[in-house]
Design a protein around this ligand. Structure first.
Ligand SMILES: *Cc1c(COP(=O)(O)O)cnc(C)c1O
Length: 487
């Protein structure tokens, strides 16, 4: 017996010695921390001169030369590997020259917030074990609800991004409207051709793949035609269908258009249809005087998606869903489990786990709370308004390039334009133009097809994009057009 115990003790001593490598001491932590922070600082200092897009430096395959193995490697070697294989090649989303798709953010205090969230590893799923973490997230949810004009009955959840936030909202709509499996083939859904593709994905994942999906016509500025929406709903109802969900956009990804939210809301209310607004791109512009008015209809929505990793400049991994009747979000996601019986008491703050598909989740509040508290809201408001005016500035200035044709005046911060050469195929020319700009790499632009025509886009939403970047973009465009024209 004692011999067996001695054996176990010897084994434990040996295992503990190796397991302890997972817990560096103060000196070891300082070495790691300083190496990483120095690396991060160097990256940030180099940003002003760094290219927004780098094509020719491989695609990270060097990572495969360092397989995960039993022995560890020194931090210096790993940071070199990271810089060479991850940081450098491809798009640099931290760059102010990222003007494609919908740019993201990367506020520095968010990284420090994540650091504290991760080091303390606070649990933000259930109030009973993470009072402060849950209170903080709920406070942020309530703040966002105020930004969009919701009342106190609203609630929501911090998600990993807009796609999962849209999924949560659509699931809430499905359950609140009592759409059962047998109802799906009659449960009509309405949006425009400009709705984000993640909405279609969410509809399918939510088990609504067989629901009739109606593409509502748009006006000349790619906004939903509310009258046509009303007609489509009436026609479907007359045909025995059950219209249940409208998905409008507050800032389409392609053109930055805002659907006529108040008019759409009136149609939704008159027909008892759930109105979901995807405001992943545009929602936080409600912070800005002069733009807020265009987003006033947000408060009429039954559910809304925001993307703090876009409009609040946070690093990737931060979305949000808000539901006007918060209980509807809970009913769609609530759970019971015997081992969680201690977890709910009267008067508790709402627990995120009851409003979300997630149980254990990253403590997402810190990356948002820290910068909002440190800076206050004013610089966020100014930065968003600046992005709007930069897009308007570009829209004005780009027209001075001979042959340039522009889309509608930017409602938010996306501008559309195309170069029309005197002869030859304009679509092909613009395709070569966007490729030439990407190969140059000083700024990163993307393209789209609207009404069958090839357009270039400028999407300003990175907090590091200021006037000098837009001036540089105009210069690069002039230069590349000239080069392409001269063959
Ligand atoms: C970015 C975006 C999404 C998707 O959000 P992710 O955070 O990328 O998952 C949805 N809708 C709109 C309008 C967007 O701009």
């Amino acid at each position: 017996m004692t011999e067996r115990l001695a054996d176990i003790e010897a084994r434990l001593r040996e295992l503990e010695a190796t397991a302890l490598e997972l817990e560096p001491d103060a000196k070891g932590r300082a070495h790691l921390r300083e190496s990483v922070l120095r690396h991060g600082d160097r990256f940030l200092e180099s940003l002003a001169s760094a290219r927004a897009f780098v094509v020719e430096e491989g695609s990270g395959e060097g990572l495969l030369d360092a397989p995960i193995r039993d022995e560890g490697r020194p931090i210096e070697e790993l940071l070199d590997l990271f810089e060479r294989e991850v940081e450098r090649p491809g798009l640099n989303p931290a760059s102010g020259g990222h003007l494609a798709y919908i740019p993201g953010g990367g506020l520095y205090p968010s990284a420090l917030g994540d650091y504290l969230a991760d080091v303390t590893n606070r649990y933000s799923g259930v109030f009973y074990v993470g009072y402060g973490a849950v209170r903080m997230e709920n406070q942020l949810v309530r703040w966002m609800a105020e930004v969009v004009g919701y009342l106190e009955t609203a609630h929501g959840d911090l998600t990993s991004g807009g796609s999962l936030a849209n999924l949560a909202a659509i699931v809430a709509a499905r359950d609140a409207m009592e759409i059962r499996a047998a109802d799906v083939p009659r449960a009509a859904i309405y949006s425009t051709a400009q709705v984000h593709h993640c909405v279609g994905k969410a509809i399918r994942i939510a088990g609504l793949g067989e629901a009739p999906l109606r593409e509502v016509p748009m006006d000349a500025r790619y906004r939903m035609d509310a009258a046509a929406l009303g007609e489509a709903i009436a026609a479907d109802r007359a045909a025995g269908l059950r219209p249940f969900l409208i998905v409008a956009s507050a800032g389409t990804t392609d053109t930055g258009a805002i659907d006529p939210l108040a008019d759409v809301a009136r149609v939704a209310k008159a027909n008892d249809v759930w109105l979901h607004i995807d405001a992943a791109y545009g929602g936080f512009f409600a912070l800005c005087d002069g733009i807020r008015e265009k987003l006033a209809g947000l408060r009429e929505a039954d559910s809304i998606v925001l993307d703090p990793h876009k409009g609040l400049f946070l690093p990737y991994g931060s979305g949000a869903v808000l539901v006007r009747d918060g209980a509807a979000l809970r009913r769609a996601h609530d759970f019971q489990a015997a081992y969680l019986q201690d977890a709910e008491r009267a008067n508790d703050e709402p627990s995120p786990a009851r409003y979300s598909a997630e149980l254990t989740r990253p403590f997402r509040g810190m990356r948002m709370w820290l910068p909002l508290q440190l800076f206050g809201v004013a610089p966020f408001r100014a930065a968003l308004a600046e992005k709007h005016w930069l897009a308007r500035y570009f829209h004005e200035r780009v027209q001075a390039i001979p042959g340039m044709e522009v889309g509608p005046e930017p409602e938010l911060s996306v501008a559309m334009y195309r170069y029309v050469p005197e002869t030859g195929d304009a679509d092909a020319f613009n395709e070569r133009l966007v490729q030439a700009v990407q190969a140059d790499g000083r700024v990163f632009l993307s393209s789209t097809r609207v009404d069958g025509r090839f357009y270039l886009r400028l999407a300003v939403l990175c907090f590091r994009t200021h006037r000098a970047t837009v001036d540089l973009t105009l210069e690069v465009l002039r230069e590349k057009i000239e080069e392409l024209r001269n063959g």
